[in-house]
Design a protein around this ligand. Structure first.
Ligand SMILES: Cc1cc2nc3c(=O)[nH]c(=O)nc-3n(C[C@H](O)[C@H](O)[C@H](O)COP(=O)(O)OP(=O)(O)OC[C@H]3O[C@@H](n4cnc5c(N)ncnc54)[C@H](O)[C@@H]3O)c2cc1C
Length: 385
């Protein structure tokens, strides 16, 4: 791969950089959720992105997106991550929007896309169930056609952000007699529909991130079916045309390592040679992660579709994320274990918090074991066990 930008990429990079310089509210970078002023700063940033057509940079422009090519998306995401800009698009912009554009009807696009780009509707993803995570196609939540509606009964679990979401995109079984991948449909539903109950699940880090969601005779209008009935599995699994390098997350890893060094310096920590070597190892791993991202984008730029490379990317990134968090806690010695609320906790316990919250990184969005299976069979050509 040639690491240099083409002239067009360089010009686009300059444009994104100067946009960030001029428009990014300074108090947004590194702001905690509870910081006063954060909400206002997010509003200003959203408005600036909206004006530039960059709320959904990877969507086609006729649907309110930026219409960027994959290489422009990569540059855009790289620059935003370097500037530590928080994502304001969420699952609406990043997951369900592109699905509605590709598989939805014109009415569905008109109904759902404007609320996503304006930020009016927050979305959550209802896929996993208590008995169906890695083997998602075994899901049991039922949707039964009744007149102009489908009636949904069942349960979802680990639903991130369901407590804040206005809408959910979900998979439910519409044909229990068909082979498991062929009896599933995708629905869009309003979280205020009667019969939906959201129960919080608190993580071991003490955060309310995800939930259980129960459905009891929830009526969903038939026009909220996305794609054909019983084809929901293929809608959910479709490879949509945007860049998949995860460059933002790889850059975030390097920022985590940089922050460890800054914290050590600010706290007057004398690093032992072994500790220095460990931090250096993490910095090297973060750089390798970036190269994995470059590999993915170089495949896409040549018109290919990343396959096992996407699994390598997810596996490596989530495991390095955990190791950086572990190094951080070690770096602070006994103080590293102190949690939020302790007056002696460095950085208000954020390293201890990171340590606990990154445990789930190797489970969410595909476990390490499942990704290793993909690398083994599709990447290395090993036989299935
Ligand atoms: C932080 C977080 C956020 C999440 N957010 C959402 C969300 O918003 N919406 C949503 O729908 N889901 C969400 N999930 C759920 C996530 O997709 C599942 O947790 C994940 O797919 C694993 O499924 P599971 O938990 O049922 O584990 P299981 O699939 O039951 O796996 C249990 C163990 O068995 C191993 N295993 C399973 N199958 C195989 C195999 N074939 N070969 C080898 N080992 C195997 C797994 O690696 C794991 O170690 C979230 C999860 C987390 C942790």
């Amino acid at each position: 791969m040639d690491f240099r930008d083409t002239l067009e990429e360089q010009a686009f990079r300059d444009r994104v950089r100067s946009f960030i310089d001029q428009k990014l509210p300074s108090n947004l970078v590194g702001a905690e959720e509870e910081d006063p002023g954060r909400e206002q700063a997010i509003k200003e940033w959203r408005a600036a992105l909206g004006e530039a057509g960059w709320i959904a940079p990877h969507w086609p422009s006729e649907y309110g997106g930026g219409g960027l090519s994959v290489s422009e998306q990569f540059v855009f995401n790289e620059e935003m991550a370097e500037a530590r800009v928080p994502d304001v698009g969420g699952m609406g912009v990043n997951m369900i929007g592109p699905i509605v554009i590709r598989f939805g009807t014109e009415e569905q696009r008109k109904e759902h896309l404007p609320g996503i780009t304006s930020g009016e509707n927050i979305w959550c993803q209802g896929y996993s169930e208590p008995g169906s995570g890695s083997d998602l196609a075994s899901l049991q939540t039922r949707a039964v056609r009744d007149g102009d509606d489908y009636v949904i009964n069942g349960q979802k679990i680990w639903t991130s952000g369901a407590h804040r979401a206005d809408r959910m995109f979900m998979l439910a079984r519409t044909d229990p007699d068909a082979p498991k991948h062929r009896g599933i449909s995708m629905f869009l539903l309003d979280m205020k529909s009667p019969g939906i109950t959201v129960q919080p699940l608190i993580t071991m880090a003490g955060d309310h991130v995800f939930n259980e969601v129960f459905f009891e005779d929830v009526r969903v209008p038939a026009e909220n079916l996305i794609g054909d009935e019983n084809r929901g599995w293929y809608v959910g699994a479709a490879l949509l045309d945007f860049e998949r390098s995860n460059i933002s997350r790889m850059i975030a890893l390097r920022h985590m390592v940089d922050d460890l060094v800054t914290t050590a310096q600010a706290s007057g920590i004398e690093m032992t040679p072994a500790m220095r070597a460990e931090v250096a190892e993490r910095a090297i791993e973060a750089s390798v992660g970036r190269l994995i991202s470059y590999r993915v984008i170089s495949i896409q730029k040549r018109g290919g579709i990343p396959n096992y490379e996407a699994s390598m990317n997810k596996l490596y990134r989530s495991e390095v994320h955990q190791r950086i968090a572990q190094t951080g806690v070690k770096l602070l010695g006994m103080y590293g274990e102190l949690y939020r609320g302790s007056p002696h906790a460095p950085k208000n316990g954020s390293l201890a918090h990171q340590y606990l919250s990154t445990v789930s990184a190797t489970i969410a969005a595909g476990t390490s074991e499942v990704n290793r299976n993909v690398i083994a069979t599709r990447g290395l050509g090993l036989p299935r066990a």
